[in-house]
Every structure is written in structure tokens, then in C-alpha cells.
Design a protein around this ligand. Structure first.
Ligand code: PLP
Ligand code: TYF
Length: 397
């Protein structure tokens, strides 16, 4: 039966993780996968999460099935976080939100729904993008292309080229956009540039799908969510996937969501029925625990305040590591202007290192980053940064 089954290619990032685990080098540093570790290199359990779990443990509940679209209070909490508590589209009942299995699950539910809606549409993702975007939309049956995004020479967004590509896209094309903290480059659009993107999307009749996996890791929760307000103000219908993997450090609980902004309340009800159909035929209904934790934190004022502080601490620690990396590289003799590292947002830095240099970092120093030159700044800390900077300086010579 399985004689003709080929070996599937490994996910380049998760594959790197396996390689890292197997490396006996005592100095090894994992800058591959996008996971936030604290000052001591440990995956944090946020205090607000621990407290919410204590609260939930006090009132043990039987575990019935959740509704297909998840916990109602969770979906509501996600909506206020993403759209703002006093959002006009929420008041008008124009937004549907369903609980999903992480941000990936939100993308997949949206992709499957879009495929039913418009089977011949193309999907465009940024070049480069998160490794899984292409695979996910292709496996939903779409033909996936790219729009230019990264300008290596300018160390920033290739904005004119991006806009040009969107201007050539056929009506109905799904445009996957990183709402903030672009993965892998770390370069985001300015509000003015978002305005231009929205104008083209509107003029060409494109379908925006915003992937928001890092809300709060760029400038702040509201600041990172401002792009959503811009899309709302445009009057467009659009998709937003949400992930709490990073912002709550709840990677393994698979907590995320998909929101769809529709033209009317009545339309939203029909869209919701289709999203539920997609969910039902994939995994029936979502799991309970992670979403209960997030709901408890978001809807309990003291825990909410604690979460915002803990998220701000993660954001600030990453920022300080960016500055420290620039400093340390300079101290180790790198003469080129590296301030671009502090302009980038979120967990990642596109370092500009070549695949050969990344391979040397791995083989000679046990420092694991993605071959594209992406490093996870959120995995740097005061204990490993000097080792990393010294190694990077050595291979940059
Ligand atoms: N989208 C982007 C851009 C990401 O970087 C990630 C990272 O994991 C995801 C989606 C998926 O999030 P999750 O782990 O919640 O599925
Ligand atoms: O880009 C990253 O490193 C994170 C984690 O298939 C990740 O987003 C990487 C690959 C993947 C799923 C998650």
C-alpha cells in the first residue's frame, strides 16, 4: 500500500529544531524557531496564565464538547482585542469570530472557506513569508504566488514593487498580509503605506487576509492593531487570523482565532454557518483549556493588566537584545552599519547573512538560525549574546 510513498520534505524550521536537540555542543544556541525564551533561556509560563489556571482549577468543570465555533466569551474577547472594545463593526454585528487551533488553524479555516467561496482564486503571499503560508494555502487547493516584499539592498520593504504586484493582481485574489512583526524579515509597513495598500486592494477588488500572530510584540497591543482599524475604516470585507501562541506563551495549547468582517449582520450569520461547516468537517470542535485560560485573563481586569505588563516585558526584552546585538557586533569589530537590526519589529531579524555564513554559524559554533539569515532575537539573552555576537563577527569578516 505504501510502497510508492515518498519522503515528505521536512519543515525547514521545525527540522532545524530536531537538529539542534541532537547537537552535543554545550555552547549551542537555538535562534531558529520563533519561540520567546526569557532571560535564562527558558520558555516562560506567564504569571497571569498560572493565576488563571489556579482560578479555573478551583471550579472544576465537566468537559463537554464546546460549540463548533468555540467558547462564546473567548470569541468576544478576541474581537475586542483585535477590533477594539468600542468598534463600530462589532456593534453592527458585522464580525464573526471562531476559535481556532492556533493562528495556523485560523488560517486554515479561512483558506478552506475561501476555496469553497471562490475556487479559482489565486493567493499571493509576501516574498519571503512564514514558511507555512505557501504550504497551507496550497494544501487548501490554491495556486500560490508571491508579491515582492523584501529589499535586501535597502534593508527594508520593497514597497513600490509590492504595490506594483498588487496592482497587477486579478480581482478576487487573496492577499495574505502580515499585520505586524513580519515573519521572517522584521520589516513592517508604515500606516501611510498601509493606506496605499488598502487603496489598491479596494481598487482591484482583492481579498485581504491579515495574519496577526504577534500582536503586542511590535509597538504595543493597540499600536500593532492599528492596521485593523485602517482596514475597518476602509469599509472592506477582510479576514484576520489571531494567534496567542507567542503573546500568552501558550504554544502547545493551540489557541487562536479567525475573524471575518462582513458587509452586514445578516451576511455575517451566513458566513459563520460556512465557517462552522469547515470546522465540523475538519476537527468537529476546538479544545477547551487554552481558550478558557485566555478568556479568564482577558476578562479579569487584574489579570488583564498583568498580561499587558508581561507582554510589554517580553517586547522590551527583545528590543534591548536588538540594541545589545548591534553594540556587541560593533565591539567585536564589525564595521558595517547594523542599525537596521533595531528598526526591525517582533521576534525576528533578517540578518543579511548568507546561507554559507549561517551554515558556518551552525557547524563551527552550534548557533542555529534559518539558512535565509533569519535569527530569532527573542532567543538571545545576556548569557548567550556575547557568544553569538562574537561568532557572527567572526564569520562576517
Ligand atoms: N503566522 C505567522 C506569521 C507565524 O509566524 C506563526 C508562527 O507560529 C503562525 C502564523 C502560527 O501560529 P500558531 O503557532 O499559533 O499556529
Ligand atoms: O516561524 C517560526 O519560527 C514560528 C514557528 O511550520 C513555526 O512561526 C515555524 C514553522 C512551522 C510552524 C511554526
Amino acid at each position: 500500500l505504501f510502497a510508492s510513498v515518498d519522503m515528505a520534505p521536512r519543515d525547514p524550521i521545525l527540522g532545524l529544531n530536531e537538529q539542534f536537540q541532537a547537537d552535543p555542543n554545550p555552547n549551542k544556541v537555538n535562534l531558529g524557531v520563533g519561540v520567546y525564551t526569557d532571560e535564562n533561556g527558558k520558555l516562560p509560563l506567564l504569571a497571569c496564565v498560572k493565576e488563571a489556571e489556579n482560578v479555573l482549577a478551583e471550579i472544576p468543570k465537566p468537559r463537554g464538547y464546546l460549540p463548533i465555533d468555540g467558547i462564546a466569551a473567548y470569541d468576544k474577547a478576541v474581537q475586542s482585542l483585535v477590533f477594539g472594545a468600542d468598534s463600530e463593526v462589532l456593534r453592527a454585528g458585522r464580525v464573526v469570530t471562531v476559535q481556532a487551533l492556533g493562528g495556523t488553524g485560523g488560517l486554515k479555516v479561512g483558506a478552506d472557506f475561501l476555496k469553497r467561496l471562490n475556487p479559482s482564486a489565486r493567493v499571493l503571499i509576501s516574498d519571503p513569508s512564514w514558511e507555512n503560508h505557501r504550504a497551507l494555502f496550497e494544501s487548501a487547493g490554491f495556486d500560490v504566488g508571491n508579491y515582492p516584499y523584501y529589499d535586501a539592498a535597502a534593508r527594508g520593504v520593497a514597497f513600490e514593487a509590492m504595490l506594483g504586484a498588487l496592482n497587477q493582481a486579478q480581482a478576487g485574489t487573496v492577499i495574505v498580509l502580515h499585520a505586524c512583526c513580519h515573519n521572517p524579515t522584521g520589516y513592517d509597513l508604515t500606516p501611510a503605506q498601509w493606506g496605499q495598500v488598502i487603496a489598491v486592494v479596494q481598487a482591484r477588488g482583492l481579498v485581504p487576509f491579515l495574519d496577526m500572530a504577534y500582536q503586542g510584540f511590535g509597538e504595543g497591543i493597540a499600536e500593532d492593531g492599528a492596521v485593523i482599524q485602517q482596514f475597518v475604516a476602509s469599509g472592506l470585507d477582510f479576514f484576520v487570523s489571531t494567534s496567542f501562541s507567542k503573546s500568552f506563551s501558550l504554544y502547545g495549547e493551540r489557541v487562536g482565532a479567525l475573524s471575518v468582517v462582513c458587509e452586514s449582520k445578516e451576511e455575517a450569520a451566513r458566513v459563520l454557518s460556512q465557517l462552522k461547516r469547515v470546522i465540523r468537517t475538519n476537527y468537529s470542535n476546538p479544545p477547551t483549556h487554552g481558550a478558557q485560560v485566555v478568556t479568564t485573563v482577558l476578562s479579569t481586569p487584574a489579570l488583564r493588566a498583568q498580561w499587558e505588563q508581561e507582554l510589554a516585558n517580553m517586547r522590551e526584552r527583545i528590543r534591548s537584545m536588538r540594541a545589545a546585538l548591534v553594540d556587541r557586533l560593533k565591539a567585536h569589530g564589525v564595521a558595517t552599519d547594523l542599525r537596521f537590526i533595531t528598526r526591525q519589529k517582533g521576534m525576528f531579524s533578517y540578518s543579511g547573512l548568507t546561507p554559507q555564513q549561517m551554515e558556518r554559524l551552525r557547524a563551527e559554533y552550534g548557533i542555529y538560525g534559518v539558512s535565509t539569515g533569519r535569527i530569532c532575537v527573542a532567543a538571545l539573552n545576556t548569557h548567550n549574546i556575547d557568544y553569538v555576537a562574537k561568532a557572527m563577527a567572526a564569520i562576517m569578516r
